[in-house]
Design a protein around this ligand. Structure first.
Ligand SMILES: Cc1cc2nc3c(=O)[nH]c(=O)nc-3n(C[C@H](O)[C@H](O)[C@H](O)COP(=O)(O)OP(=O)(O)OC[C@H]3O[C@@H](n4cnc5c(N)ncnc54)[C@H](O)[C@@H]3O)c2cc1C
Length: 397
């Protein structure tokens, strides 16, 4: 990354910028800040960088391409291949922190962010161990997929079967020969269902509330992500129409198997927060009957799972791929910077009007790929913070 000749002087900066979270979003922001001469300290609650990626299931690969997933200032090595494996993502994040010589504090969780005491600029971070950290600015990169979320299913507390959230799923070995119900057909649910089938589960059902848009990860060498980048600024209705044409040409109609094409267009669904499912084997598994789509889960009763079509089933295990919460309320909820769904009202270079100096990255789920968007946001955030530091320095002179 090129150094910024007009950068503020790092050695005279009294308080650093704190970046919360050492996932790709936080590391990218810290590297971009450092490249602009702004001292950034990354605070991470786990013991290592990339903790979310270390926990993901074994077979996971990026569904965005290697090139379009690189963070600022360091390409991913060619040997990682086009679709980078989970382990290589972790390797890359480790290397990234080392390469950019990032200042990292691990094993510390930031619990609350407050304005600095009266008369001072900036922010105070309250962290585990009674720590109070004084920050010139704060970048919050604690992750879109922060806390596993389960629907408020009636009877869940008394459910006698085995239920786990997708975050706890690693590989199909424990489920060989078992009857498994996967709940939720986003990318995670779809991929876990296929993994179970390939790993020898006896029966795999996939509970579907809203049938997803399904697309090929790439068509004739052209990655779906590139299409996402090209169309992301076009009107949703136009993209909905274009994508319907592409879907009809490239994805078979799975209505007869319980996965009809959604009535709401692809990009309209993205805008509602639901990105399309990239096919990594679901289409074939559904067509061959190895993954059986079933109605949505409504409730639990004893050892039974009650489905929306009135049927009752008793799988050996239920894997809930039902998403995550941002869980930002405790950290910044009191600052009025979250919307009614608990998401930051601003992101990237925009800092909330009532909370200048707070920045958020990684809290949207864009069609163009999150790594890519976090890389772009990192540069924008760093630019905005460097500008603020220069102005503050000039005022102090
Ligand atoms: C299964 C799966 C597959 C994905 N595949 C892709 C893909 O192919 N391409 C793509 O572009 N995106 C993908 N994403 C989306 C996204 O890129 C990843 O979730 C990515 O890890 C998000 O990075 P992040 O830095 O925002 O959050 P995370 O990687 O979750 O990092 C957040 C970090 O913050 C730490 N933290 C949280 N709270 C605190 C606190 N209070 N104090 C201190 N530390 C804290 C956490 O321990 C964690 O290390 C995928 C997501 C999932 C779940």
């Amino acid at each position: 990354m090129p150094g910024d000749p007009t950068a503020p002087d790092m050695t005279t900066q009294p308080r650093p910028v704190y970046v919360i979270g050492a996932g790709p979003g936080g590391l990218a922001a810290a590297a971009a800040l450092r490249a602009r001469g702004v001292r950034a300290v990354v605070v991470e609650k786990s013991d290592e960088v990339g903790s979310s990626w270390r926990r993901h299931y074994d077979r996971l690969r990026l569904h965005t391409t290697r090139r379009l997933s690189a963070l600022p200032g360091l390409a991913m090595p060619r040997r990682f291949g086009r679709w980078v494996s989970r382990d290589d993502v972790v390797r890359y994040l480790e290397k990234y922190a080392e390469f950019h010589e990032l200042e990292l504090v691990t094993g510390v969780e930031v619990t609350r962010i407050e304005r600095a005491p009266e008369g001072e600029d900036g922010w105070t971070l309250h962290a585990t161990g009674g720590r109070e950290l004084a920050a010139a600015a704060v970048v919050i990169a604690t992750g879109y997929n922060h806390t596993p979320a389960l629907p408020d299913w009636p009877g869940l507390d008394g459910y006698e079967g085995r239920l786990l959230h997708a975050r706890e799923y690693r590989n199909p070995r424990p489920y060989a020969g078992q009857d498994v119900l996967v709940v939720g057909v986003g990318n995670t649910g779809a991929e876990i269902a296929v993994d179970l089938v390939e790993g020898g589960a006896a029966r795999v059902r996939l509970a579907v509330r809203n049938a997803p848009h399904i697309m090929r990860r790439s068509t004739a060498g052209w990655p779906a992500q590139r299409s996402g980048i090209l169309v992301r600024r076009l009107p949703a209705r136009l993209v909905d129409r274009l994508s319907a044409v592409v879907a009809r040409a490239s994805v078979p109609d799975l209505s007869a198997y319980g996965l009809p094409r959604p009535a709401t267009g692809l990009y309209s669904r993205v805008k509602q927060g639901s990105i399309p499912v990239q096919d990594v084997g679901l289409i074939d598994a559904v067509r061959s009957g190895r993954v059986e789509p079933v109605a949505a889960v409504e409730a639990f009763e004893g050892a039974e799972v009650l489905l929306a079509d009135g049927s009752r089933i008793t799988p050996d295990a239920v894997i809930a791929a039902t998403g995550y919460r941002r869980a930002l309320e405790g950290l910044v909820g009191h600052l009025g910077v979250l919307d009614e769904r608990g998401r930051p009202r601003t992101h990237g270079a925009r800092s909330p009007e009532q909370a200048r100096g707070l920045y958020f990255t990684g809290f949207s789920n864009p069609i163009s790929g999150m790594f890519r968007e976090m890389a772009l946001d990192a540069e924008k955030i760093a630019k905005a913070i460097a500008r603020r530091s220069r102005t503050a320095e000039a005022a102090a002179r």
